[in-house]
Design a protein around this ligand. Structure first.
Ligand code: BGC
Length: 467
């Protein structure tokens, strides 16, 4: 769809942005006194990351902030969602603040404001300081207290200028891939025994929100969860049961406590799995249930779930690790897939938004899509990257979101305020290393040269025409 045509559907005052994460773009992992993170350690373990890639240089954004800001200015975004590297600010995860590391973000925030771009800062996008990871990471309640202390440091230093604060990015992914399946740091394959890591992250969210408020930050406070509508592969009772299980694991155990103040009530055969969560104290749940100024929602794809172990689809390590579970992800043969093999079914974005309205109603604050995008098999040829598949993905998903939330749409009760495209730059895609490109800007990982793709131009035109 042409950008100008889609622009006609954009609500007034809608915010457009781009999102990145520190570990995926910064590099400079041993500069300015930065400490190591669990991810630095994980990338050094043989066999963990595709092709043995590390994020030591990544996009070298740390040294190329000026160039990346120019790319954002030319794109015309209203806001930039970045994450702050916890070990750059607090190298050992304890109490000592690294002034040089903090100064990097202080300058970044000033430069964004000078460029007329609102800073949206994520406190935690997966880079736990290594000493905390070694002490149990999110299985240890102390990590939540440490995140709150770090939040307080950031609130005092940047609270006068950051426009939006996001405490955590996708606790579901950290728990499922990091502590359940072991394909992300810290590489623990505990399956359902990894669930306490969810509770401690949620507690960290609540404590961090309190700490930011106590520091008197001017900006709004929210959290980002990833949402995946789940459909059973057939009408069988077994498929329905495992679809329900996956929905709980992927969506509900993170959103319910944050928005409603309690974990979902699970009875019957699944109850045992969630016992560790349902036993948590009312005091903890009250901390987790902080008033939020907005809710951040990441969306990539829906999931089709079938009973039975083994894997029917997927090219990732995640897929292989899932073979230990009593259910599997099924393919969507009638739909195209991304380079990551994720199904492209834009209408399910509308379903995801509608589900939020149905489940959380009045408890749902204004929503920002804090990530949405796709990896493609991008090729740089004659100085151009013709990524039509990415344009189609973005256009289809934005159109589905506007349709669902428009007056008369099934999610019209949602106050949808903005959209951050994932991502500005091709970057270090976690366990997939540099093999998956999500950027609007192509990065040559040898020379670090940046080349805007066709989708960059499309997004630029969409933003300009929406004004
Ligand atoms: C994460 C990003 C990641 C993207 C694509 C999200 O789960 O927040 O860090 O790069 O998905 O996999």
């Amino acid at each position: 769809m042409e950008a100008e045509e889609l622009a006609l559907r954009v609500p007034k005052g809608f915010r457009f942005g781009v999102a990145t994460a520190a570990f995926q773009i910064e590099g400079a992992v041993r500069e300015d006194g930065r400490g190591l993170s669990g991810w630095d350690d994980f990338t050094r373990q043989p066999g963990r990351i595709l092709n043995g890639d590390t994020a030591d240089t990544a996009d070298d954004h740390y040294h190329r902030v000026a160039e990346d800001l120019t790319l954002m200015k030319r794109l015309g975004v209203d806001a930039y969602r970045f994450s702050i590297s916890w070990p750059r600010v607090i190298p050992d995860g304890g109490h000592r603040v690294n002034a040089a590391g903090l100064a990097f973000y202080d300058r970044l925030v000033d430069q964004l404001l000078e460029a007329g771009i609102s800073p949206t800062a994520t406190l935690y996008h997966w880079d736990t300081p290594l000493p905390l990871e070694q002490a149990g990471g999110w299985l240890n309640r102390n990590t939540a207290e440490r995140l709150a202390e770090y939040a307080s440091v950031l609130g005092s230093a940047l609270g006068d200028r950051v426009d939006q604060w996001i405490t955590l990015n996708e606790p579901a992914t950290v728990t499922l891939l990091g502590y359940g399946l072991g394909v992300h740091a810290p590489g623990k394959a505990l399956l359902f025994d990894g669930l306490p890591s969810a509770h401690h992250q949620l507690l960290a969210h609540g404590l961090a929100a309190q700490a930011l408020r106590a520091a008197g930050v001017k900006g709004g406070i929210g959290v980002t969860n990833v949402h995946m509508p789940v459909v059973p592969a057939s009408d069988s009772a077994e498929d329905a049961l495992f679809a329900q299980l996956f929905d709980l694991l992927q969506n509900r155990i993170y959103a319910d406590p944050v928005l409603l103040g309690h974990y979902p009530e699970v009875s019957g055969p699944l109850a045992e799995i969630f016992a560790a969560l349902s036993e948590q104290s009312a005091e903890d749940l009250a901390i987790i249930h902080q008033p939020l100024d907005f809710y951040g929602l990441n969306y990539y794809a829906p999931a089709k779930i079938a009973a039975g172990g083994g894997i029917a689809t997927g090219n990732s390590e995640e897929a292989a690790a899932m073979s230990g579970l009593p259910f599997r992800l099924e393919s969507w043969p009638d739909h195209p897939v991304t380079a990551f093999d994720w199904p492209v079914v834009p209408e399910y974005f509308g379903v995801a938004l509608t589900e939020q309205v149905e489940r959380y109603g009045q408890a749902l604050p204004p929503v920002y899509i804090t990530e949405n995008g796709t990896s493609c098999f991008d090729q740089l040829a004659d100085g151009e990257v013709a990524d039509q598949a990415r344009i189609d993905y973005l256009a289809g998903h934005l159109a589905a979101a506007f349709e669902a939330t428009a007056p008369g749409g099934p999610a019209s009760a949602m106050d949808l305020r903005g959209y951050y495209c994932w991502s500005l730059l091709d970057n270090f895609e976690w366990a997939a290393g540099y093999s998956q490109r999500f950027g609007l800007v192509y990065v040559d990982f040898e020379t670090l040269t940046r080349t805007p793709k066709k989708s960059y131009d499309w997004y630029r035109r969409l933003i300009a025409a929406s004004r």
